[in-house]
Design a protein around this ligand. Structure first.
Ligand code: ADP
Ligand code: MG
Ligand code: MG
Length: 883
């Protein structure tokens, strides 16, 4: 098999279609080379080698050595330089690159090929000793950190001391001699920590770096990132070896990163940062404050150092052309890395740029308007779950705020929470139920779990393309970065700014749209959902087949849901209405009653309340279907706990507290989720369902009379396992309906159906459909009962299950399509056979999950139902599923 693929110098062994084989970075380097862009020559070791490497006990097959030697020969041929030869030494970078971009996961080694001899050769050949020694000290530091895994603190300290000794503040102030001395110091640090001298053999350097890239695929932080982003461990990473180009060769050299459009707002403007006389990661690492790319951006930020457009106008012009070419070629916004070596532009990376939800919407809609993509493609471009960012509140512009600092608006959205200063604490406090803002000098890949746990991220250093900014935007977390005035004392767990101190646990607020940092919590307002959001949703609705309803039981939820475009209610959980303080006593009286007569007394008190609930919901959902689930939970959930509560119920029911307590003890269950709940309540106490049905029909008839738009109640019986159960309940419901219709002299349409949430119900769906007029798949319980996994207790072991690949994802979050999905398919098929056209829907968490919605589309369900805030997500996901 072939493992090495070349690019550059007129050769491209691969292209953008080869991401699986070459990783994203390698595939796109080959693609850029093939369309004639200036790419330093190099080669990619394919992702296949990653598996081979691990299979062979972290060894490389002999054949790879020959292939790599040929790869190096290719680079030497194109550049005319020789690897490890002092006269005109070839230096390379060794870069990781997985299929999906894994930002910052595996660090790149730059300037590889330098040693005590080649550094002298490089200095002579380039006529720039400072540059040569700067490259060598960078190389030793990076290699020691990434490949030898030595403690990098000592290197940073040595650099600081070197600068301090001279009274310098910038790395660029150091002279060739200073840097030569620093290299000597670095080598001593290596020898001290590693007990061996820094490797001088360039081939040993190369294989060490290649091994480190493959080795880092199994690092802890890579595993965490994969888990959070659903990236299979089997994919592996590729390794790219590429000729170095140098942005650190003086004032006509530079390095930068750019987006072809604004990744935060989506505006059509080049967007990026660069640094003159710098290399590689200087820009993202926040070592110096980067300069703006365009004149307009610099002026907009009233920043001083010249933009690239002003400082290097010719190369900037060339770069702008490349941006346009890449965007047209890839038909998407690109995230680009480039380096200018003495006035010559080199392209080092391109990929589809990460963007905020807001930018994703705007870019998709704009590109469709520009004719670059179709409307359907625009719909496909926006990640439904990312809409979440837009659907949540932002800071109330009128609320008072105590602004203590301002940084860069790195990722939009607002968040309040307690300040914490390390990622482990962020995770811990979040688990304890706190909202957390993670405050760091800068973040690194080790902080991924803390950033994920936090509601927002605040950093003292780093620009708009810093690690914190990029990762936060990807995760949809608000982020304010580069707050230079912030002085963080991570050890003391506090920061100072403008004479004020914030300690761990103090509440702060950040606004990722303005960059403001505030003391205390600030009030928020609902988001505005017009503009690009509305346009894209319209396009989505055009292609969507699945209907989208909401799970809602309060008028407020129903209103929000309709605002978000819900086409009815898919699940109205009546028990939620019973917890209301004003009613709970009557509910308890009903539950604790000794007999039917006692229950009816209490139910009579609840009837008008329940009717009022339904009236409001029917009014808001006028003309739309509303699925109402009759009482479902185990009764003990409503039981009184405190003495005073018992006393209150005793008074209302006119019995003694002791009698009540005995009755409460009788209701105890060992396994309540499989106990006296669902339709089992209706079977044993039909008067409960009778009251609920009456309330539904009285309300429906009233609203039909008043508004003219009759609601369409769908009365849903929960936890049915057999035909007979549903039949008994349908008799109760139909009788109640007839009584109300006779009473009011008016009929309305309604349906009686069931929730399919037991495996038996799914299997016997053919029989159940003889009675039931619709099925709603209650996938929360169906998952619980099919897997035999308690959803309330699963947290303790499910993450281990996901980690070990037993389930690809948490089956309570994303439907277990293979298992639970098969039952749903069986039920749908058998139900339709008995009753062609039977209405089928899904409610439960899965109704708002993209992958689960795609499954619902493939088996042709009629609708999905999701919580109100996830309705737009479901609309978009349903559209994508239909494409
Ligand atoms: P990451 O995936 O973390 O961005 P990269 O491999 O892209 O890692 O490289 C890190 C930095 O080094 C980037 O700024 C990149 O442009 C720079 N770089 C990588 N290879 C070269 C090279 N051959 N010449 C100059 N700079 C390089
Ligand atoms: Mg990196
Ligand atoms: Mg990169």
């Amino acid at each position: 098999p072939q493992y090495v693929y070349r690019f550059g110098g007129g050769v491209s062994d691969g292209g953008k279609g080869d991401k699986n084989l070459l990783g994203g970075k390698g595939a796109n380097l080959a693609e850029m080379a093939s369309i004639g862009l200036p790419v330093p020559p190099g080669f990619t070791i394919s992702t296949d080698m990653c598996a081979v490497y691990y299979d062979e006990g972290e060894q490389f097959p002999e054949s790879l050595r020959t292939e790599v030697a040929n790869g190096i020969a290719h680079i030497e041929g194109v550049t005319g330089k020789r690897f490890g030869v002092a006269a005109d030494p070839l230096l390379v970078s060794v870069r990781s690159g997985a299929r999906a971009s894994m930002p910052g996961m595996m660090d790149t080694v730059l300037n590889l090929g330098l040693n005590d001899e080649t550094v002298v050769g490089l200095a002579e050949k380039s006529g720039d000793a400072r540059f040569a020694w700067d490259s060598y000290r960078r190389f030793i530091q990076m290699y020691s950190d990434v490949v030898l895994e030595l403690d990098h603190g000592e290197f940073e300290e040595a650099l600081e001391i070197a600068k301090e000794d001279k009274g310098f503040t910038l790395d660029t102030d150091l002279s060739a001699d200073d840097l030569r001395a620093l290299v000597a110091r670095y080598k001593a640090i290596v020898e001290d920590q590693w007990n061996k001298p820094f490797p001088q053999d360039v081939h040993e350097q190369l294989w060490g770096a290649v091994g480190a890239v493959f080795g880092s695929w199994q690092s802890e932080r890579a595993k965490v990132y994969r888990r959070l982003n659903d990236i299979p461990a089997a994919w592996g990473t590729a390794v790219n070896v590429q000729a170095m180009v140098f942005g650190n060769m003086g004032d006509t050299s530079a390095t930068g990163v750019a987006f072809t459009r604004d990744p935060a707002k989506g505006d059509r403007a080049y967007y990026g940062e660069f640094l003159i006389n710098a290399q590689g990661e200087d820009v993202v690492a926040g070592i110096r404050t980067p300069q703006y790319l365009t004149k307009a951006a610099r002026e907009g930020a009233s920043a001083k150092p010249l933009s690239m457009e002003e400082a290097l106008p010719e190369v900037y012009g060339e770069l702008a052309k490349v941006f346009d070419l890449l965007e047209t070629h890839y038909r998407d916004m690109q995230d680009i890395e480039f380096t200018v070596q003495q006035g010559k532009l080199w392209m080092l990376q391109t990929r589809s740029g990460k963007r905020t939800a807001k930018a994703a919407l705007k870019i998709a809609v704009d590109m469709a308007a520009e004719g670059l993509i179709t409307e359907a493609e625009a719909v496909a471009r926006v990640d439904p779950s990312a809409l979440d960012q837009l659907l949540h509140p932002t800071l109330d512009p009128k609320a008072p705020r105590d602004v203590i600092a301002k940084g860069l608006p790195a990722s939009p959205g607002a968040a309040s929470g307690i300040a914490v200063f390390d990622s482990d604490t962020a995770e811990k406090r979040t688990e304890m139920g706190d909202s957390v803002i993670l405050v760091r000098t800068e973040t690194s890949p080790e902080d991924i779990h803390g950033m994920h746990a936090a509601k927002g991220i605040l950093t003292a250093r780093g620009g708009m393309t810093s690690h914190a900014a990029v990762v936060a935007r990807g995760m949809g977390r608000p982020c304010v970065s580069g707050v230079g005035t912030l002085s963080i004392d991570a050890k003391a767990r506090s920061f100072r700014v403008g004479g004020r101190e914030v300690r761990e646990g103090d509440i702060i607020t950040i606004d990722g749209a303005t960059g403001e940092v505030m003391l205390g919590a600030v009030a928020t307002v609902e988001p505005e959902l017009a503009g690009d959001f509305g346009t894209l949703m319209e396009w989505a609705d055009k292609v969507r087949r699945l209907k989208v309803r909401a799970n809602a039981e309060t008028p407020e939820d129903c209103r929000v849901a309709r605002g978000f475009g819900a086409e009815g209610v898919g699940l109205c959980r009546t028990e939620h209405m019973f917890f209301d303080a004003a009613r709970i006593t009557a509910v308890r009286q009903m539950i604790l009653a000794e007999d039917e007569k006692g229950r009816r007394v209490a139910l009579a008190k609840l009837l008008p309340e329940q009717r009022a609930d339904f009236t409001q919901i029917f009014e808001i959902m006028a003309g739309l279907p509303v699925t109402i689930r009759l009482l479902d939970p185990p009764l003990h959930e409503f039981l009184p706990h405190e003495e005073a509560e018992f006393a209150e119920v005793a008074k209302a029911a006119d019995v003694s507290v002791d009698v009540l307590k005995r009755r409460a003890a009788e209701l105890h269950e060992f396994n309540p989720m499989l106990g006296h709940r669902g339709c089992r309540l209706g079977v044993t106490y039909p008067e409960i369902y009778e009251m609920q049905a009456r309330a539904i029909f009285e309300a429906a008839v009233d609203v039909a009379e008043k508004s003219g738009a009759a609601p369409i109640p769908e009365v849903m019986v929960p936890l049915v396992g057999t035909r007979r159960e549903l039949e008994l309940m349908k008799i109760v419901i139909d009788k109640a309906a007839e009584a109300v219709f006779a009473d009011k002299g008016r009929r309305i349409e309604y349906l009686v159906g069931t929730m399919i949430e037991l495996p038996r119900a799914a299997l016997k769906a053919g029989e159940i459909a003889e009675v039931g007029e619709f099925f709603s798949f209650g996938t929360n319980d169906l998952t619980q009962t099919t897997l035999g996994v308690s959803r309330d207790d699963a947290a303790r072991f499910l993450s281990a299950y996901v980690e070990k690949g037993i389930y690809a994802k948490d089956p309570f979050v994303s439907l277990d399509v293979e298992g639970v999905g098969e039952l749903i398919e069986i039920a749908a098929e058998r139900g339709r056979k008995t009753r062609p056209g039977i209405k089928l829907g899904i409610c439960g968490e899965h109704g708002g999950d993209t992958a689960s919605i795609a499954f619902c589309e493939t088996i042709g369900l009629d609708y999905v139902s999701a919580s109100p805030y996830r309705v737009p997500i479901a609309r978009l996901a349903a559209a994508q599923a239909a494409l």
